[in-house]
Design a protein around this ligand. Structure first.
Ligand code: PMP
Length: 411
């Protein structure tokens, strides 16, 4: 275990100042959403208490402060991804909206019957359903890179799937159901060699990978989508990074205030990106909260924090793997944060209910990845997902919870 001080980090999160059913909260549902540090809560509160106004059009002091906060958050997001310009950062409601924007604005207009969108067998529904929708509208089809038994991509199959009909390769950087980390840089290089643009679903990657893995200039990704709430920020805010040459050629998919250049009664012209894609009053406080979250996260000793989280995952994995009646789903060598498993003595939903009696919060279900469940022949899994504020005590609580379920269901 690293020397990282998880207890000090944990003290920055007010949510842990409570007990659940008389037990310390072992919050292992970070893959669904992360807890919020005081720095983020304070930034949102401060905005509403002191700076609240609408952005961009006001010349009064509060309007200027709100605009500076919102655009400042965009600059922080650009720095987080090492995007060449803040104009390549579009604020969305989250990963789902970012992917839908690319589907409707970038892909659909250029999709012909017989064309293909390539995905992988480990995608979240957010990176499947938008492609199903545009493909159905255009007579195109979705193809996929299959998974090996350990939950990694079958990379041998990739060259044959990168056909000249593929208009986009949409791939997750980290699987939310398996924890597998995909080799994004190599995948982008292979796709680009065939002239195929790549969208990266970074929802699970942003809080769990080093900066170099998320650097858009290093990976070469054409689009990257992520959600603020999975990286210690508020809900209702996310980021879509898009390379400027793509964004400037893309039509808006939502019309309204703030996205226009000129409006006449019978027609309008559009602003340049990113405003073109941000119609209406945006989630201002949430964007400022996201800026605070990214600043907080970049201020951590990230290497130590991630090493701590990885060590907890490794320890919990080894302990569960050694137990009879436990099957791990997703055992790739390159994986982070996610421990997915099934118990042959209890249904995941029943087990998760008993886990709560121990103060252990995990997720039970298909994790919005039904094709992954089908691939591994299970209807659902239990999923524990780790963050740097988790501790050895949380791992112990998880193991205690499994032991309790075993007692209840087998004795
Ligand atoms: N992709 C992945 C890999 C995810 O884990 C999630 C959230 N579970 C999403 C997309 C969707 O994110 P959101 O619901 O915040 O839009």
């Amino acid at each position: 275990m690293s020397a990282f001080d998880a207890a000090a980090l944990r003290a920055e999160f007010p949510v842990f100042e409570q007990t659940i059913r008389g037990k310390a909260l072992a919050y292992l549902d970070n893959g669904a959403t992360t807890q919020k540090p005081r720095a983020v809560i304070d930034a949102v509160t401060r905005f509403y208490a002191h700076d609240n106004a609408n952005i961009h059009r006001a010349v009064h002091t509060l309007g200027e402060r709100a605009t500076a906060g919102y655009e400042g958050a965009r600059a922080i997001a650009a720095r987080f991804l090492n995007a060449p310009s803040p104009n390549e950062i579009i604020f969305t409601r989250g990963t789902t909206e970012g992917i839908n924007l690319v589907a409707r604005s970038f892909v659909e207009p250029r999709l012909q019957p017989g064309d293909e969108i390539l995905v992988t067998g480990m995608e979240h529904h957010a990176n499947l359903v938008p492609w199903h929708m545009v493909c159905q509208a255009r007579g195109a089809r979705v193809t996929h890179v299959p998974l090996l038994d350990d939950g990694s991509l079958d990379l041998d199959a990739l060259p044959g799937l990168l056909t000249d009909r593929v208009r986009l390769f949409a791939v997750t950087q980290v699987s939310n159901a398996l924890g597998t980390v995909n080799p994004i840089r190599a995948l982008v290089a292979q796709a680009h060699a065939r002239g195929i643009p790549v969208l990266v679903d970074a929802a699970q990657a942003v809080a769990h990978l080093p900066a170099a893995a998320l650097d858009v200039q290093a990976t070469g990704a054409d689009f990257v989508a992520f959600s603020g709430h999975k990286i210690y920020g508020p809900t209702g805010i996310g980021v879509l990074y898009g390379r400027s040459e793509h964004l400037s050629a893309m039509p808006p998919i939502m019309g309204g205030g703030d996205m226009i250049r000129e409006v006449f009664l019978d027609r309008s012209t559009y602003a340049e990106p990113p405003a073109r894609f941000e119609a209406g009053t945006p989630p201002i406080a949430e964007a400022i909260g996201l800026g605070a979250a990214l600043t907080w996260f970049m201020g951590l000793d990230r290497e130590a924090a991630l090493a701590h989280e990885d060590a907890l995952l490794a320890r919990a994995t080894a302990a569960l793997a050694a137990q009879p009646g436990v099957r791990l789903i997703g055992t790739a060598r390159e994986k982070v944060t996610v421990l997915s498993f099934v118990l042959d003595f209890a249904h995941p939903h029943d087990a998760a209910t008993f886990f709560d009696f121990e103060g252990v919060a995990v997720r039970a279900g298909h994790h919005c990845a039904q094709p992954v469940m089908a691939r591994f022949g299970v209807p659902a899994t239990l999923r524990a997902t780790f963050a740097p504020y988790n501790t050895e005590a949380d791992v112990e609580a998880l193991l205690r919870a499994v032991a309790r379920v075993r007692r209840v269901f087998t004795e």
